[in-house]
Write a protein that binds this ligand. Structure first.
Ligand SMILES: C[S@@+](CC[C@H](N)C(=O)[O-])C[C@H]1O[C@@H](n2cnc3c(N)ncnc32)[C@H](O)[C@@H]1O
Length: 322
């Protein structure tokens, strides 16, 4: 049986018997005025961060959500879109689609602004999305892509890229791990399906995203996720896993490579009113300016004593140099 079949079985069971311990992190659940999330959706929150960011949702975007789980984030996206078929939900597991459909009826009873038909549920695979080219403004997935092995992850990212309109946004949350995960854990299909052993280092995850063509990437949050410890897993040392929230924007690829924002800031504190790098970046004296890693690296390379470049905060929420 392939790991994809195991994954299917894990989420069939998780649809039939909600498992509060599956995935989940310290990310707070969005509470919004007039939004009442049914308990069953909270119990079926199988994500590891949030993909719902109000700033992505201006101008009435068409939203795609892949890997629906109990439907909580689709309800949260619907809160902003509030129209028939405003959110398309795709999942490969029939039982998960059925569970989320039932949960939307419960949500309708608790939220007078919500109608089940705000969400258009479709059976489909992240590796072959049943969605037209360039038809989506905001595509999201939460804690699914980390399960995929590298070739499948590439395919899943290419599919998201294909369905997004130019400048569309891919919002994702996934575990990442900068430590070595031994092969015996990586090849354990059940652990992989449970989002515990498939994760890759953040820099590799970003490279996979930019390699399919996304010209801008934002790391919006990074949080502790899990420890795989020797007393619970077949490992000699503790393995620390984090979860990230990432937004990849289908901007054209700059000639000098992608703009990846990891939360670096540049501050010019010299004697002039501003510093101009003559490459489109002006730093006003004593004003912090968010910079992508590429610009941060170039400014560091100037070796000036009057420009400070911060470390990455992995908390980037807008603004910046590119
Ligand atoms: C870890 S759960 C995350 C659920 C949801 N995103 C959340 O945050 O609660 C993974 C979801 O992806 C679905 N899934 C698994 N394999 C898939 C595939 N190949 N294509 C689409 N969905 C898939 C599962 O049925 C499940 O709903």
């Amino acid at each position: 049986m392939s790991y994809l079949n195991t994954t299917h079985d894990v989420y069939k069971k998780a649809a039939e018997n909600p498992d509060v311990g599956l995935c989940c992190t310290t990310t707070p659940i969005w509470q919004l005025p007039g939004l009442d999330i049914p308990d069953i959706m909270l119990r079926m929150n199988y994500g590891c961060g949030s993909t719902v960011h109000p700033r992505d949702l201006v101008n009435n975007p068409k939203i795609l959500y892949v890997g629906v789980g109990g439907g909580m984030e689709l309800l949260q996206f619907s809160y902003f879109s509030r129209q028939k078929s405003g959110v398309v939900g795709v999942d490969v597991v029939d039982e998960m689609l059925d569970a989320s459909r039932r949960n939307f009826v419960k949500a309708e009873e608790k939220n007078d602004w919500f109608k089940s038909d705000f969400v258009d549920l479709k059976k489909g695979d992240a590796l072959h999305l049943p969605v037209e080219d360039e038809s989506i403004d905001v595509a999201a997935q939460n804690c699914l892509f980390n399960i995929f092995k590298e070739d499948d992850l590439k395919k899943a990212l290419e599919e998201m890229y294909r369905v997004l309109k130019p400048h569309g946004r891919l919002v994702m949350s996934d575990p990442v791990c900068d430590m070595h995960i031994p092969d015996n854990l990586r090849e354990d299909d059940k652990l992989r399906a449970l989002c515990l052993s498939g994760s890759m280092p953040l820099k590799d995850y970003i490279k996979m995203i930019t390699d399919v063509g996304f010209g801008t990437v934002e790391i919006r949050a990074k949080r502790p996720y899990r420890i795989l410890s020797p007393n619970h897993y077949d490992t000699d040392e503790n393995i620390y896993i984090e979860s990230v929230e990432v937004c990849a924007i289908k901007d054209p690829m700059p000639a000098d490579g992608p703009c990846v924002f990891t939360g670096k800031t540049a501050i010019y504190f010299g004697d002039e009113e501003y510093f101009d790098d003559k490459k489109g970046h002006i730093l006003l004296q004593s004003q912090p300016a968010a910079v992508c890693d590429k610009t941060g690296g170039a400014l560091t390379g100037l070796d000036r004593k009057d420009i400070f470049i911060s470390d990455s905060t992995y908390f980037y929420d807008g603004g910046g140099c590119c």
